[in-house]
Design a protein around this ligand. Structure first.
Ligand code: ADP
Length: 246
């Protein structure tokens, strides 16, 4: 990560954030108004093309938001803002953000929380963002009728990958799906920026290849770790651990 950001990079982030997002929001807002037939009845063709405008606008907005997250993580001088919050609230909010998408695909969402974890000390919006990225991938890459499970676990000793971290207690969060899975050769690469598995199966999914890279950076800022265990055709389990400071 580049520690210092320059005026040029600041300007780029702010231009992309405001100058592109504002007209895009108007494309989205007005196409929704028209689709709601607020200004008159639409014939089938008009509805079809308006729907295309609206869906493309949404895809563009998702891409912009991912790009802004990436630029902020790479260039911005964002820092971890620690506060104590109930981990289950962050999980609940992240679940809510993808619930509609899961319902559309008839995917069940289950939460299994370790009762030993109530509040944790971390950066709440960043933890929510990480969970959102993992959950939206889990739903995206799981066929209709599948299952997604979120599990939390309290660890009273460091996981082996973080044994020299100097912290004692950790929380482990995993997101498990019954989706298409990831072959061993791709399991590390998917955490690189813009990397998407080049299979005919995953090409049909929209995405930017940025979510996991941003998630890993946000977890690293918390002195934590993230990895995946997966079997092609069976499903994936994304696991992250972060230390629990006193
Ligand atoms: P995006 O989802 O926008 O493509 P990500 O960085 O979040 O970007 O993920 C990178 C790639 O990793 C995805 O394109 C996909 O190929 C693979 N991937 C991520 N999560 C899963 C999952 N739960 N199941 C199968 N493949 C996944």
């Amino acid at each position: 990560m580049t520690p210092a950001h320059t005026k040029y990079e600041d300007k780029l982030i702010s231009t992309i954030s405001h100058k592109l997002r504002t007209p895009l929001n108007s494309i989205l807002g007005f196409s929704e108004l028209l689709l709601d037939q607020a200004f008159g009845h639409l014939n089938e063709k008009q509805r079809h093309y308006l729907n295309n405008i609206n869906k493309s606008g949404e895809a563009l907005l998702a891409l912009l938001n991912d790009l802004i997250d990436l630029m902020n993580v790479k260039w911005g001088d964002i820092q971890v803002q620690y506060s104590a919050f109930p981990l289950n609230n962050a999980i609940g909010n992240a679940v809510q953000s993808i619930q509609q998408f899961a319902d559309l695909k008839n995917i069940s969402l289950e939460i299994q929380s370790d009762p030993r974890i109530e509040t944790i000390k971390a950066d709440e919006p960043k933890i929510e963002k990480i969970l959102h990225y993992l959950l939206s991938n889990a739903v995206k890459f799981t066929p209709s009728g599948g299952q997604v499970k979120i599990t939390t676990k309290y660890l009273d000793r460091p996981p082996s990958r973080l044994s020299s971290s100097g912290f004692q207690n950790f929380v482990e969060v995993s997101v498990t799906d019954t989706g298409i899975g990831i072959q061993p050769n791709d399991q590390e690469k998917i955490f690189s920026e813009f990397y998407q598995v080049n299979s005919t199966q995953s090409q049909e999914f929209e995405g930017t290849g940025l979510g996991l890279s941003v998630a890993r950076d946000l977890i690293t800022m918390h002195h934590g770790d993230i990895w995946v265990e997966s079997e092609e055709g069976k499903g994936s389990r994304f696991i992250f651990t972060i230390p629990l400071p006193d």
